[in-house]
Write a protein that binds this ligand. Structure first.
Ligand code: UPG
Length: 499
């Protein structure tokens, strides 16, 4: 039994308790579920805060961990959002992102009610709240209860540093020409204005509704106790000092979080349902067959995360480009409107699989049949690909993905870029089938692809070492819990501002 000292007196008490509040988007929720499991396996109690429609997904991922519990608070009803829309991936249009963010602000009171309840109980006082950057108001709630707030953004270290640094060197990105390279100190590859998230273009438009949100996020970061990052020392350690300088707090690199999850072998031993589901997924069976037929590393996995929107004509070009490349593929189709061209399914059925459901992406990437990943470069997908030693074919579609893509391809040299042309207004143009075809061929069969594969495999080995016992991320996670526990011990239990 662990002995924890609270308020200066030594007493036998419960293990440390961490509250985790993920943002309602799969790309933000999944890594925090991994973090919850990593904390739980170290004997920490975890309470995850979520809303009713998001609870089943979280339960499906965490149900085997008895020290993780869920606290469900109601999602507010707001006029602009469709009924029951409690997750970004259910938004019918990206234009509803701002109303969605504004709706989440109404979660503050129920969140504080949960904190109050936890603080009223001697055995469950949280040592910290880890909340997503898109929930900046949680820092005020944490202050009320004297609980340290730790930020999680889901992004990598270098992309964040670049984002924060660029305005010091290039005050107005939007006025640059597309062809003008942007060279930043300590970034060993040139960037381009289209690599930057949209909000850099909005900076000239003071009335843009996202700008106050970004400013609230940055302000809340400065007032937070620390930052946990889904990355690892061996990948991004060189950029941590610059990162901490910008966020004005300490950063803890504890990733890749997905690798903290129980290994497949552990799951097999415990007879977990997860393994059964993996083994019997039709697409895993399909990959097993491909392994027998074409050997390891020959299938390209094509998926663009949980939030990307794509036109039907772009979908068509992907379908025909994959067909032309002649490489076996597995493609996650996230479109409600697109239908394949007549005869396409028949023509590719021997070597291609298009799936319209949510898949176990990690299970696919770790399958030995997979040899490349055509991705939008969401940070989770980048880390998942690299952790499994799979090289990336980078095709960014929004947010900070342009920075992730350049970083992976030109900085880490673990991938190639799909080159996208722009029109006169710098809007992305449909990528043509022949470009897709050539890029796929180069990644899977070309010399550049071979080099990227070797580099991805090397990074995959380093990633696994980072989370193993005594690895850099393993030690950081222990250190984080120790630091917070000591802080609570020295300062005593949080004040109750309401009671
Ligand atoms: O069928 C699917 C589709 C997705 N995933 C998982 O969903 C996550 C998707 O995350 P990510 O690759 O990061 O993409 P987005 O969902 O687009 O992520 C958002 O959040 C990321 C983290 O902040 C940012 O890097 C991205 O730019 C932003 O779009 C990954 O873990 C995937 O494994 C599945 O498991 N099955």
């Amino acid at each position: 039994m662990q002995i924890w000292s609270i308020m200066g007196s030594t007493s036998t008490s419960s293990p440390p308790h961490v509250v985790i509040f993920p943002f309602m988007a799969q790309g933000h929720t999944l890594p925090l579920l991994d973090l919850s499991k990593a904390l739980a396996s170290r004997g920490t109690r975890v309470t995850i805060i979520t809303t009713p429609a998001n609870a089943p997904f979280i339960l499906s991922k965490n149900s085997t961990h008895p020290t993780i519990s869920l606290s469900i608070i109601p999602f507010p009803e707001v006029e602009e959002l469709p009924e029951g829309c409690e997750n970004v991936n259910r938004l019918p249009s990206p234009d509803l992102f701002v109303p969605f963010i504004n709706a989440t602000k109404l979660l503050q009171q129920p969140f504080e009610d949960v904190l109050k309840e936890l603080c009223d109980s001697d055995s469950t006082i949280p040592i910290c709240v880890i909340s997503d950057m898109f929930l900046p108001w949680t820092v005020d709630s944490c202050c009320l209860f004297d609980i340290p707030r730790i930020v999680f953004s889901g992004m990598g270290v270098l992309p964040t540093v670049i984002e924060r640094n660029v305005s010091l060197h290039v005050p107005c990105i939007s006025s640059l020409l597309h062809s003008e390279p942007i060279n930043l100190p300590s970034v060993p590859f040139p960037l381009n204005k289209t690599d930057f998230p949209d909000h850099f273009a909005w900076r000239g438009d003071e009335k843009h509704p996202m700008l106050p949100i970004i400013s609230e996020i940055e302000q809340a970061e400065h007032n937070s106790w620390g930052y946990v990052v889904n990355s690892f020392e061996e990948l991004e350690g060189d950029h941590v000092a610059a990162f901490e300088n910008h966020i004005e707090t300490k950063a803890w690199l504890v990733g890749p979080l997905l690798l903290h999850d129980q290994s497949k072998q552990d799951l097999m031993n415990s007879g977990s349902k997860d393994v059964d589901q993996k083994q019997f997924s039709p697409y895993i069976k399909w990959l097993d067959q491909k392994m027998e037929g074409v050997g390891p590393g020959n299938v390209i996995y094509v998926a663009f995360g949980s939030q990307s929107y794509m036109t039907d004509s772009q979908m068509e070009e992907i379908a025909l480009g994959l067909e032309m490349a002649g490489q076996p593929f597995i493609w996650v189709v996230r479109s409600r409107t697109w239908v394949p061209p007549v005869g396409w399914e028949d023509r590719v059925k021997e070597r291609g699989l298009a799936i319209r459901d949510w898949v176990d992406q990690r299970g696919i990437l770790e399958h030995p049949a997979i040899g490349g990943f055509l991705t939008h470069c969401g940070w989770n997908s980048v880390l998942e690909g690299l952790s499994m030693g799979v090289p990336l074919l980078a095709w960014p579609m929004g947010a900070e993905q342009g920075l992730n893509a350049r970083y992976t391809a030109m900085g880490l040299k673990a991938g190639l870029m799909v080159l996208q042309e722009r029109d006169a207004k710098d809007d992305p143009m449909t990528v043509q089938r022949n470009v897709i075809c050539d890029s796929v061929k180069e990644l899977m069969r070309g010399d550049q692809g071979k080099k990227a594969r070797e580099r991805a495999q090397e990074l995959g080995r380093k990633a696994r070492q980072a989370v193993e016992k005594g690895g850099s991320s393993d030690k950081k996670l222990d250190e984080l819990i120790e630091c917070l526990t000591l802080k609570t011990r020295i300062q005593g239990r949080p004040a109750d501002p309401k009671g």
